[in-house]
Ligand binder design. Structure first.
Ligand code: GLN
Length: 494
C-alpha cells in the first residue's frame, strides 16, 4: 500500500498505534492505511511491552486471529463495505462474551469456559465491522478498584509501573493508555470504567443504566452493571456509543430506546446557560490536595467557558459507599451462585459427592475478594439481617434517587473528582478492603441512580500521575456529557 506524503510525515510524528479510533476511521476511508496494518501495530506494541521487565499486563489474550479479522474487513471495504466501525480494532474486557472465545472474568473458576453466544454489544460492534484485538485483564468478576485481584496477575499503570491502573477495568484502561489498543470495552458497576480511566489518563464513559444491553455481560450487580468505554478521545466514545446503543434489546428488559444511534457528529458547545453543581462532600479535605488542585483548575475552566458552578450539598451522598457495598455484594452473591462446577468452566477433581464437589470447586475457583463479597452478600440477605441491611440500603437508595432528581431540577450536570486519590502503589490497599472500597466514593452515586457519568483526563500531579475529573448527568443525558467533555478536549488535548 502506498502512502501519500502527508500521511508518512504524520506517521513519523505518531506511530499508527497512537491514532484515535476516529483518526483511523478517516485514514481507512481514504485508503491510507489497512486494518491489517493497524492490528499489526497494536500487536507489535503489545509484544514489545511484554518483554519489558514490568509489563503492563493488560491483555490476558491477544487474539491469534486478529489479523485475519482485519483482512476480512479490508476485503469487505474493497468490495464496497462501509460499516461504521469497519476494520477498527477494539479490546474487550474479559467479562463480555464473544461467541466461541474464552470468557474467564479473570477467575480460576471460569478457566476453559467458552462463550456460547455473543453479548448484544459485541454483536452490534461486529455487525458494524469492528475487529476484536483481545481480552483485557480485570479484577476477578469485576470486584475491585485496582486490578490486583486477577488470576492473571496485577495490571501495571503505564504512567508508573509500580502503581495500580485502577479497577476493575484496569486492563482496558491501561491498554488504551499504553497504546496497545485504541479503544476498549469495560464494565462499570460502581466505577470500574471511570476509576481506571482516571488512573490511566484516558476518557471513560459509563452510560445510563439501560442505554446498553447487558445481555452477554457476566452479571455482577444486575441493578448497577453497565458496559462502558475507554478511549483516547471523546469523539471515539460517541462513535462507539452510536453503534452499541442502537435501540432496545428484547433480550434485556432493562434496555431502553435512546436515539443515540442518530446523534450527529459532536460539536463543541458553549457552556453558557449550563449550571454545574459541585457536591461539597466530594471536594472535601478527605480528597488528596493534588486532586483538589486539578479539580479547581477544571472548575475555573468551566466558568471561563461560560458555565455557572455552585457547591451543593446532597446529604445522602455520604451513604453511597455503604449502600453500594451492601447492594452490590447482595446481588453478586445471587448472581455467582450459578458457578458451581456443573454449568460453567472448571470443576474440582476428587470430590466424594455432589455437595463436596460444589464446595471444592468454589473454594478452589474463587479468589479472596470474591469470597468476601459472597459472604457479605449472603449475610445481608439472610433472614436475620435482611431488614437491617439490605432493605435499609434499598430504602436509602430510593431516597438518594429522590434527592438526585431534585438536584437535577436545579443543575444540568454535576462535576467532581473521579477518584479521591491519584493512582496508588501496587500492594498499598490490597490487604485493606475498607480502604479499597473507599476509593469508590465519587463513582458509586451514578450507578446507584442509573445516571450517565464520564471521567476525563483533567490534569497531572507534580509527579506526572494522571488525575481524572468526573461529569455526571441526568439519566439519558449522555450527549450533554460528551459535548461538554469535547469542548474541554478541544482546548486541552495534544
Ligand atoms: N470497585 C467497585 C467494586 O469493587 C466497583 C467495581 C465495578 O464497577 N465493577 O465493587
Amino acid at each position: 500500500m502506498s502512502f501519500p506524503v502527508f500521511w508518512i510525515s504524520m506517521m513519523n510524528d505518531r506511530r499508527l498505534n497512537g491514532l484515535t479510533l476516529s483518526e483511523m476511521r478517516r485514514a481507512l476511508q481514504a485508503g491510507e492505511v489497512s486494518s491489517v496494518e493497524l492490528v499489526e501495530a497494536f500487536r507489535n506494541a503489545w509484544e514489545e511491552d511484554s518483554s519489558n521487565e514490568k509489563p503492563v499486563n493488560g491483555y490476558v489474550e491477544f487474539f491469534a486471529d486478529a489479523a485475519q479479522q482485519a483482512r476480512k474487513a479490508d476485503e469487505a471495504r474493497a468490495a464496497g463495505g462501509h460499516g461504521k466501525l469497519l476494520g477498527l480494532p477494539i479490546a474487550v474486557k474479559d467479562n463480555i462474551q464473544i461467541a466461541g472465545r474464552l470468557t474467564t472474568c479473570a477467575s480460576n473458576i471460569l478457566q476453559g469456559y467458552r462463550a456460547p453466544y455473543s453479548a448484544t454489544v459485541i454483536e452490534r460492534l461486529e455487525a458494524a465491522g469492528a475487529v476484536f484485538l483481545g481480552r483485557a485483564n480485570m479484577d476477578e468478576f469485576a470486584m475491585g478498584s485496582s486490578c490486583e485481584y486477577s488470576c492473571y496477575g496485577a495490571v501495571r499503570n503505564p504512567h508508573d509501573r509500580d502503581r495500580t491502573a485502577g479497577g476493575s477495568s484496569g486492563g482496558s484502561a491501561a491498554l488504551v493508555a499504553a497504546k496497545q489498543a485504541p479503544f476498549a470495552l469495560g464494565s462499570d458497576t460502581g466505577g470500574s470504567v471511570r476509576l481506571p480511566a482516571s488512573f490511566c489518563g484516558v476518557y471513560g464513559l459509563k452510560p445510563s443504566y439501560g442505554t446498553l444491553s447487558r445481555y452477554g455481560l457476566v452479571a455482577f450487580g444486575s441493578s448497577l452493571d453497565q458496559i462502558g468505554f475507554l478511549a483516547r478521545s471523546v469523539e471515539d466514545l460517541q462513535l462507539v456509543l452510536s453503534v452499541a446503543a442502537a435501540g432496545v434489546d428484547p433480550r434485556d428488559q432493562t434496555s431502553e430506546k435512546t436515539g443515540f444511534e442518530n446523534a450527529g457528529p459532536l460539536r463543541a458547545r458553549s457552556l453558557s446557560g449550563l449550571t454545574i453543581g459541585i457536591p461539597g462532600q466530594l471536594v472535601s479535605e478527605a480528597v488528596d490536595p493534588q486532586v483538589l488542585q486539578v479539580f479547581d483548575e477544571f472548575r475555573r475552566w468551566l466558568e471561563s467557558a461560560g458555565a455557572k458552578t455552585r457547591v451543593i450539598s446532597i446529604p445522602v451522598l455520604d451513604a453511597c459507599v455503604a449502600m453500594y457495598y451492601i447492594i452490590a455484594p447482595a446481588e453478586a452473591s445471587s448472581n455467582l451462585s450459578r458457578f458451581d462446577g456443573v454449568k460453567y468452566g472448571r470443576r474440582a477433581a476428587g470430590a466424594e459427592n455432589l455437595d463436596a464437589m460444589y464446595e471444592k470447586t468454589r473454594e478452589e475457583g474463587f479468589g479472596p475478594e470474591v469470597k468476601r463479597r459472597i459472604l457479605i452478600g449472603n449475610y445481608v440477605l439472610s433472614s436475620g439481617y435482611y431488614d437491617a441491611y439490605y432493605k435499609k440500603a434499598q430504602g436509602v437508595r430510593a431516597l438518594l434517587q429522590q434527592r438526585m432528581d431534585a438536584v437535577f431540577e436545579e443543575v444540568d450536570l454535576l462535576a467532581s473528582p473521579t477518584s479521591p486519590t491519584p493512582p496508588f502503589r501496587l500492594g498499598e490497599k490490597v490487604d485493606d478492603p475498607l480502604a479499597m472500597y473507599l476509593t469508590d466514593i465519587c463513582t458509586t452515586p451514578a450507578n446507584l441512580t442509573k445516571s450517565p457519568a464520564l471521567s476525563l483526563p483533567g490534569g497531572r500531579t507534580s509527579d506526572g500521575l494522571p488525575v481524572g475529573v468526573q461529569l455526571t448527568g441526568r439519566r439519558f443525558c449522555e450527549m450533554t456529557l460528551l459535548e461538554t467533555a469535547y469542548s474541554w478536549e478541544r482546548e486541552h488535548a495534544g
